[in-house]
Design a protein around this ligand. Structure first.
Ligand code: SF4
Ligand code: SF4
Length: 430
């Protein structure tokens, strides 16, 4: 009989230790952990982390020792260990909860902490920061001569690599669209997410075009905020819940229509909101919200996008593959839908790379805190893409998209990366 699935309860240190103790040290997770594969250090696979968490002294846990904080930072929360574990140990969930426990002692850098606690939860402040970014970025960023269209490299103080960060948009998507009259009888509500709102509004516009093409009228609640996944991943207690409450309240008036999110990390986190709350009232409100959430690929597939016969063919020289975001494939179990949607496009040569399970190395804030390892993980994914002779990588997570854009730039590759909506949006006349 398969073992019973375990749900992690973060309430106490005892629970943290108890969950970690379910690991039987078989070592299967080592073979799939992207971090362990690159570093070869046992402490960086789930087995090593869980073992160290388990063996940590109560004092170390209470004081959030430097050693523990560092150990739990080496994780993408990709879920590969949980997927392969014969004892159904939720390695990623335990590590996330361990971060919550160890990070409670204010160990994060001040700017990061200020951003997460005093800016992210407040859309008006986010807009203020965006305005400041627009004014100051010409002073901070240099134009990169690249035909990718991407455009800026940012000299991070301790970063020798000059990672790419894209240009901020002049007008956030939500601001622009909140001026439009909402439809009287919408059939879907759109969750936009920070990257699309401030950096890639064109992707949100492509999503809107596609939905309108399918005659789905869309309402975009203006009060929506960041989904909270980055705060959740770093373990900063409370901020993720504050953001979840804002979003739940913002979408409540649209009940019961589906809430469509086109970043798979956002849709995955939105679907899990109810797990953030202990209080009955918020748990129930969150559950109602989460049950309405659909990832864009799932929603389009259910709406029958792939069955249209009048789609315009796209550039037939393209060899496309779909990069599965961990938050889509592992956390939502969605694999077929984006493939069926892409295969329905005339002119597309869809290829699998044979390494669909590989993470791209983004991992929320992992690629900020462990940039070199993150790039090595990316290179492994890139090798499989090059072997398959792919010229366009399609994905549906903004974190993966940014990781690919930077990784391809660092490796000087001419491969394109596109959001699913950008490819599907090319298939009908405007
Ligand atoms: S696969 Fe599961 S039981 Fe085995 S070492 Fe990893 S976490 Fe422990
Ligand atoms: S969640 Fe991913 S990165 Fe973290 S320990 Fe598990 S396999 Fe490794």
């Amino acid at each position: 009989m398969p073992p019973e699935s375990k749900t992690f309860n973060p309430d106490s240190t005892d629970n943290l230790l108890a969950e970690a103790s379910h690991c039987v040290k078989c070592g299967r997770c080592l073979s799939v952990c992207p971090v362990f594969r690159e570093t070869g250090r046992e402490t960086e696979a789930a087995r090593g982390k869980l073992s160290l968490i388990e063996s940590a002294s109560a004092e170390e846990i209470k004081t959030s020792s430097k050693r523990l904080k560092e150990i739990v930072s080496f994780c993408l929360l990709c879920g590969a260990c949980a997927e392969i574990c014969p004892n159904l140990v939720p390695g990623d969930a335990i590590i996330q909860k361990a971060r919550e426990t160890f990070n409670s002692k204010d160990n994060l850098s001040l700017p990061f902490k200020l951003t997460l606690s005093h800016i992210l939860p407040f859309p008006a402040r986010m807009n203020g920061v965006h305005k400041a970014g627009i004014i100051f970025h010409p002073l901070l960023l240099k134009k990169v001569p690249s035909e990718s269209g991407l455009n800026w490299r940012f000299p991070f103080p301790h970063d020798k690599k000059h990672r790419l960060i894209p240009e901020l948009t002049d007008e956030p998507f939500l601001k622009k669209y909140s001026l439009k009259k909402p439809p009287s009888n919408p059939s879907a509500a759109l969750f936009v997410g920070c990257v699309s709102n401030y950096v890639y509004p064109a992707i949100a516009e492509a999503v809107l075009d596609i939905l309108q093409h399918l005659e789905i009228s869309v309402f975009i609640p203006p009060e929506q905020a960041c989904c909270g996944l980055v705060a959740f991943g770093t373990g900063i207690t409370g901020i993720d819940r504050k953001l979840a409450q804002k979003n739940i309240a913002a979408f409540e008036s649209t009940d019961p229509i589906p809430i469509v999110a086109f970043c798979s990390s956002c849709s995955s986190h939105l679907k899990n909101y109810s797990e953030l709350f202990e209080e009955k009232e918020w748990r129930e409100r969150a559950l109602k919200f989460s049950q309405r959430v659909k990832d864009f690929s799932e929603f389009l597939f259910d709406a029958g996008f792939q069955n249209q016969s009048d789609l315009k063919p796209v550039d037939s020289s393209r060899r496309l593959t779909f990069h599965d975001p961990c938050h889509l494939r592992r956390k939502q179990g969605i694999f077929d839908q984006p493939r069926q949607l892409l295969k329905s496009v005339k002119g597309v040569k869809f290829v699998e790379t044979g390494e669909e399970n590989l993470c791209c190395g983004s991992g929320g804030s992992f690629n900020l805190s462990h940039y070199d390892i993150s790039l090595k993980i990316f290179k492994r994914r890139l090798r499989s893409i090059e072997k398959a002779d792919v010229d366009t990588v399609v994905t549906s997570c903004m974190g993966c998209l940014l990781q690919f854009l930077d990784g391809l730039y660092q490796e000087n590759k001419a491969i394109r990366v596109k959001h699913l909506a950008e490819i599907l949006g090319e298939t009908f006349p405007r």
